[in-house]
Design a protein around this ligand. Structure first.
Ligand SMILES: Cc1cc2nc3c(=O)[nH]c(=O)nc-3n(C[C@H](O)[C@H](O)[C@H](O)COP(=O)(O)OP(=O)(O)OC[C@H]3O[C@@H](n4cnc5c(N)ncnc54)[C@H](O)[C@@H]3O)c2cc1C
Ligand SMILES: *[C@@H]1O[C@H](CO)[C@@H](O)[C@H](O)[C@H]1NC(C)=O
Length: 283
């Protein structure tokens, strides 16, 4: 009998959990290394810890529960369409338990940044994975490695793009370090960036801060509601096979025109100078 192939999975967030599951379905032998003491990754609210993704207290999903569930594990009926991060963490924990994934995860074990080719890689395709647990290093050989370490870990704060910023006496920080609005009571806040986090945070602060300024963006932005036509979640209406079919088969001018008409139905972006350049699309 051939031995099962061994797969190292780095990280036990959404991607890591899905990877463990897929390995099991394919008859592979997964070992997942997670440097923290819990699953969930970004969805496990934990303040601003160095080297891991971090969210603000009020983060709600921007994709609906119909669109972001594991295929054979629907969200409970009593969960709302768009969920607070605590609910996602609850769901992920239930998923890991129900599918028996926890026994494949080694917590408080960190993988080194470099995963190296095993000396006989040319014939076996194997990898050397070095981990650290309680300050002790260990190395093991795996047939494959799945990197699920997350992509919202390191903030990009381009201070050099704001000449004179070094004279500014107030606080200046990345949205990664924003946790809750309380500390901004009575303060004036300038939010730079009209993306998901920028809009969320500006809206939340507007109830607490003395003043919030959200200047226009470099290239416009679609401002939209999570709730779309007839009260359906936006992603169920906008991200469909039919929509993709139209996009791929209609002349660009016509499909762009249809898309913009749809996006401008509730809110005419031109009126606020927000019209995205080059018909930029969300999906
Ligand atoms: C504010 C915000 C809102 C979002 N909202 C949505 C949404 O509504 N819907 C949606 O689908 N997506 C959303 N996302 C995207 C989000 O990134 C994904 O949902 C998902 O959390 C990504 O999972 P992941 O497993 O790839 O990474 P992460 O959740 O970041 O998990 C990575 C894991 O790897 C571990 N790890 C990292 N390095 C190592 C190492 N060297 N050794 C061992 N372990 C390691 C970390 O501790 C962590 O547990 C949002 C992101 C942000 C920032
Ligand atoms: C949801 O928000 C996150 C964080 O801003 C972003 O990375 C992701 O693309 C968004 N998802 C959708 C479907 O817009």
């Amino acid at each position: 009998m051939t031995k099962n192939k061994k797969v190292a999975i780095i990280g036990a967030g959404v991607s890591g959990l899905a990877s463990i599951r897929s390995c099991l379905e394919e008859g592979l032998e997964p070992t997942c290394f997670e440097k923290s003491n819990d699953i969930g990754g970004l969805w496990k609210f934990s303040g601003s810890k160095e080297g891991r993704a971090s969210i603000y207290k009020s983060v709600f999903t921007n994709s609906s529960k119909e669109m972001m569930c594991f295929p054979d594990f629907p969200y409970p009926d009593n969960f709302p369409n768009f969920m607070h991060n605590i609910k996602i963490q609850e769901y992920l924990t239930a998923f890991a338990k129900e599918k028996n994934l926890l026994k494949y995860i080694q917590f408080k074990v960190r993988c080194y940044q470099h995963v190296n080719k095993h000396p006989d890689f040319a014939t076996t395709g194997q990898w050397d994975v070095t981990t650290e647990r309680d300050g002790k290093r260990e190395s093991a050989v795996f047939d494959a490695v799945m990197v699920c370490s997350g992509h919202h870990v390191y903030p990009n704060l381009p201070k050099e793009s704001f000449p004179g910023l070094n004279h500014f006496k107030g606080k200046c920080f990345h949205s990664r370090d924003y946790k809750e609005p309380g500390v901004f009571k009575g303060k004036r806040v300038l939010v730079v960036g009209l993306g998901n986090s920028g809009c969320d945070i500006a809206t939340e602060l507007s109830h607490t801060a003395e003043q919030v300024l959200l200047p226009g963006s470099r290239s416009g932005s679609w401002v939209m509601s999570r709730v779309w036509h007839n009260g359906y979640p936006w992603d169920m209406v906008l991200i469909t096979r039919f929509g993709t079919f139209l996009k791929n088969n209609l002349p660009t001018a016509i499909s762009d025109w249809l898309y913009m008409k749809q996006m401008n139905a509730r809110f005419k972006h031109e009126n606020y100078g927000l019209m995205p350049l080059n018909g930029h699309r969300l999906s």
